[in-house]
Write a protein that binds this ligand. Structure first.
Ligand code: HEC
Length: 97
């Protein structure tokens, strides 16, 4: 197969390898605010259940690089790798709103 085609496939399906169960394991610390079931524990915090994974990944990367400025969330996602973020996003997307 041509290399450009492989690259195109990889770009088109970035969530192929996402693992919601592995993501869940990373969310113990998140549950205090975003809830065990992805429904926030307080109206000041956003619900994450059923949210689009693509959006969640973009939001978490933006906190990480500072383009979305929130010190709390930056500290929360700082230690998570890109693969972790994809897994966490797949987990929250899988939860019922
Ligand atoms: C201390 C409370 C707290 C904890 C713990 C926390 N968050 Fe958040 N989170 C927030 C708040 C507050 C916001 C909204 C910040 C803003 O205004 O951008 C937010 C926003 C988000 C958003 C963006 C939601 C949207 O609709 O744009 C995502 C995704 C997210 N958090 C994921 C996580 C993950 C994953 C963890 C655990 C690794 C986590 N959060 C831990 C308080 C928290």
């Amino acid at each position: 197969m041509r290399h450009w085609l492989l690259a195109l496939l990889a770009l088109s399906f970035p969530l192929w390898a996402a693992d919601p169960e592995a993501g869940k394991a990373k969310t113990a610390v998140c549950a205090g605010c975003h809830g065990q079931d992805g429904i926030a524990t307080n109206p000041a915090y956003p619900n994450l259940a059923g949210q689009n994974a693509q959006y969640l990944i973009a939001a978490m990367k933006a906190y990480k690089d500072g383009s979305r400025n929130n010190p709390i969330m930056k500290s929360m996602v700082e230690a998570l790798s890109d693969a972790d973020l994809e897994n966490v996003a797949a987990y929250y997307q899988s939860l019922k709103k």
